[in-house]
Each structure stands twice: as structure tokens, then as C-alpha cells.
Design a protein around this ligand. Structure first.
Ligand SMILES: Nc1nc2c(ncn2[C@@H]2O[C@H](COP(=O)(O)OP(=O)(O)OP(=O)(O)O)[C@@H](O)[C@H]2O)c(=O)[nH]1
Ligand SMILES: [Mg+2]
Length: 394
């Protein structure tokens, strides 16, 4: 099975609490404040890995949580940082939030995206000592980590993609020109999942070509297999359109597939096409008889005998438009990109006091406050101070 979509739930770790503690000294009941800070919560990070081919790793792994930050301790001890979780995804994975908003497109190897940021740690009471407040009887509570539902959608990154009706010989062609060995058989829909192959030129240049399941009438509306995979054509810079020269009017076959590309849209209708008239060993090469500006060339060949294959292979390197390098900075092209969501500033913070909790900053609404207090471990009867008001938690 080829999995090009996944939905995951990611939860970052809560930040550790700051400690409320005082030095113990001989003959002094309470020394100065020495509560250390909590550790930051771990984050959930996606990393684009060129070794991966699809998203099947997420079929059984839907909820992913990073580690909690440790709590601070006495004697100024800081809590340990929560463990980050790195999730590897194939290069070409689009990441969206549950509203469908595109967060990032991980098209470069090693590109990273923080999808849930760890909660910030609370500061220990040691931080709050001032000349006028020498015994701060409160410490900050760590904040919860971010939590999100994330959609992953892999769109293969290939320089060119093979399209055509079932049985036209797309997989046979990929076997001929690349290092890939997709299955070939005399029945339609042999290819059930996209396959990538690398085509090598004598001068060391390389092209990645994708073999996609055959397209039939109605593919764009969901008939057959092709439609699920049309998205994988979106990033190709050219299509290699394979036609069975022994199966009737080549122009009509061309139009049938082209209609599906047009019905799907997303720019497929504009991609340049390199037309292959295959199986000339069993039928004389017909002429295509089409005048279409998108057609960059027509190549009669036989995947069975190999006739014409070298000519096509060489031409691919000159006909496929070169990749446009996205230059992000004037002179520095980074090896990888790091995408980070903007940190959300907490509107309020919760301090632990020796009798309960104190809330500082913008007063949260009741639900928010309750959730935050419960995350902080509030108990029935604890004192909670919000602004000028003091009440008992129940
Ligand atoms: N005679 C002859 N047969 C060919 C040639 N190329 C492919 N075939 C045969 O055509 C049939 C289909 O080939 P495939 O490469 O599996 O075709 P496909 O386009 O990948 O088909 P799907 O994956 O089903 O869409 C197989 O039986 C091949 O052996 C050719 O040049 N000449
Ligand atoms: Mg095939």
C-alpha cells in the first residue's frame, strides 16, 4: 500500500513548574528563596527525509506526544528539558492544520517544521526576590504545550511524470529508461501506486520520473485509479504521455487522457507534454496529427525491442524545463529550511503560592482559568487570587 495522506494528533510537552523553596540554614527557620526553574516542554517536529517514500509510518501512529519538562527543585535546581519528538516524513509532504490552512510544504531534504511547540517552563521563586520582596512566596507554573490536529499530504517530487491509458506501456518505459523496476503485465491497472525512477545521463545529470497508475475516462471524477494520483502530477515540470500506437487513433487516445488532466485542473492542463508512441514493433508508427503548443516532441519507440528508447532518453534532458531554484536570500541558499509557528504569548500566567494560586496578566475567562488551574494541579479548597479577588477553588 502507498499512503499519501495521514492525519495525526500532536501534543507538545507541558513546561515544568518553577519551585517554591527556601534555603535551610542552621538557626534560621527560613533562608532566602532558592526555588529553581522548570524545564521547557518538548516539541513535536516534522523532518523531511529523502529516504522515505510515503506516509505509511503514520497508519498505526496517530497520536504523538513529546516529553514534559521536569519541575524545578530546591537549592536552585532546574528541571530537565522535555524530550522533543522528531517525526520523519517524505520530501514533498504538505502540512495543513485542521482548518485546511497550509502550514508548510516540506520540499527540501532536512526541512523542519515545529507542529506543536513545547510549553514554556515556570520560573522558581528565586527569580522573584527583589530588595523590597526578599521572601517571594510564589513560583510560576509551567504552561501546557501546544496541541493540534495535522493533515499530511504527500505530493511526489518528480521532474517528469508518465501519463497515459492503462496498458500503454508506462511501466515498461520506466524500466527501460531508469533504475526503477515497476511491475509490467498485459492487463490494465497493473500499476497501483506511483513509482519513482531516476534517469541518468552520461554527463552525470539526473531526472526523477514518476510512473502513475493509468488514467481512464472519468478519472478526474474518481473513476479507476488515476484520480487519486493526479495530485502527484502537480509538481512535475513536464508530462511524458505514453500512447499505445497499436491501439487505434493516437490523437483520440491523447485527447481522452488530456480531458482528464483538464478536468482535474491544478495546472496539469498547462504542463508541457512529451508524446511517446509506443509498441512500434507490432504496428507501424502512426503520425499523431495534432497541433498543440504544449507538445514538445513526438517519439515513436518500442519498449519491447528498445528501438527509439535512447533517442527519447537523451531528449528528456533537453526538453524537460529546468527546475527553478527558489532563492530565498541574495547569496545564501540554505541547505534546509526551518519553519516555526509564531510563539503565542500567554495572556496570563499562574503563580503557585504557599496557600494556592495567583493569576497575573489579562484575566482569563472561566473555562480557560479552570483548565489552566487543573493543569497546574489545583485541589478543592485551594486559595485562588485573580486581580483583587480572592476565592476558594471548588
Ligand atoms: N509488443 C509490445 N508490447 C509492449 C510494449 N511496451 C509494453 N508492452 C506490453 O504492454 C503491456 C502493458 O505494459 P505496462 O508497462 O504494464 O503498461 P502500463 O501503461 O504501465 O499499464 P498500467 O500500469 O496498467 O497502467 C505489457 O504486457 C507489456 O509487455 C512494446 O513496445 N511492444
Ligand atoms: Mg504500469
Amino acid at each position: 500500500m502507498f499512503n499519501d495522506r495521514a492525519r495525526i494528533h500532536v501534543v507538545a510537552g507541558r513546561g515544568g513548574d518553577g519551585a517554591l523553596s527556601f534555603r535551610r540554614e542552621k538557626h534560621v527557620p527560613k533562608g532566602g528563596p532558592d526555588g529553581g526553574d522548570g524545564g521547557p516542554g518538548g516539541s513535536v517536529v516534522l523532518v523531511a527525509d529523502p529516504a522515505l517514500r510515503d506516509l505509511s509510518a503514520f497508519r498505526t501512529r496517530r497520536a504523538i506526544a513529546a516529553g514534559k519538562g521536569g519541575h524545578g527543585g530546591g537549592s536552585g535546581r532546574h528541571g530537565a528539558a522535555g524530550r522533543d519528538v522528531e517525526l520523519r516524513v517524505p520530501v514533498g509532504t504538505e502540512v495543513r492544520d485542521d482548518a485546511g490552512e497550509l502550514l508548510a510544504d516540506l520540499t527540501r531534504p532536512a526541512a523542519r517544521l515545529v507542529v506543536a511547540r513545547g510549553g514554556s517552563p515556570g520560573r522558581g521563586n528565586k527569580n522573584f526576590a527583589t530588595p523590597t520582596r526578599q521572601t517571594p512566596r510564589f513560583a510560576e507554573i509551567g504552561l501546557p504545550g501546544e496541541e493540534a490536529d495535522i493533515e499530511l499530504h504527500l505530493k511526489l517530487l518528480a521532474d517528469a511524470a508518465l501519463v497515459g491509458q492503462p496498458n500503454a506501456g508506462k511501466s515498461s518505459l520506466l524500466r527501460r529508461i531508469s533504475n526503477a523496476k515497476p511491475k509490467v503485465a498485459e492487463y490494465p491497472f497493473t500499476t497501483l501506486a506511483p513509482v519513482l525512477g531516476t534517469v541518468d545521463a552520461p554527463d552525470g545529470r539526473q531526472l526523477v520520473v514518476a510512473d502513475v497508475p493509468g488514467l481512464i475516462e472519468g478519472a478526474a471524477e474518481g473513476v479507476g485509479l488515476g484520480h487519486e494520483f493526479l495530485a502527484h502530477l502537480e509538481r512535475a515540470r513536464a508530462l511524458v504521455h505514453v500512447i499505445d500506437a497499436a491501439a487505434g487513433d493516437p490523437a483520440e487516445q491523447f485527447r481522452a487522457v488530456d480531458r482528464e488532466l483538464g478536468a482535474y485542473g491544478h495546472g496539469l492542463e498547462e504542463l508541457p507534454q512529451i508524446v511517446v508512441l509506443n509498441k512500434i514493433d507490432i504496428a507501424p508508427a502512426p503520425s499523431l496529427g495534432l497541433d498543440d503548443q504544449r507538445i514538445l516532441g513526438v517519439f515513436p519507440l518500442s519498449c519491447a525491442t528498445g528501438e527509439g528508447v535512447e533517442t527519447l532518453k537523451r531528449s528528456l534532458f533537453s526538453l524537460i524545463p529546468p527546475a527553478v531554484e527558489v532563492i530565498l536570500d541574495d547569496d545564501a541558499v540554505p541547505d534546509f529550511l526551518v519553519y516555526r509557528p509564531k510563539p503565542r504569548r500567554p495572556a496570563f500566567r499562574i503563580l503557585r503560592t504557599d496557600r494556592g494560586y495567583r493569576v497575573v496578566g489579562r484575566p482569563p475567562d472561566e473555562d480557560e482559568l479552570d483548565e489552566a488551574l487543573r493543569a497546574a494541579g489545583v485541589r478543592e479548597g485551594d486559595e485562588v487570587v485573580v486581580g483583587e479577588e480572592t476565592f476558594e477553588y471548588r
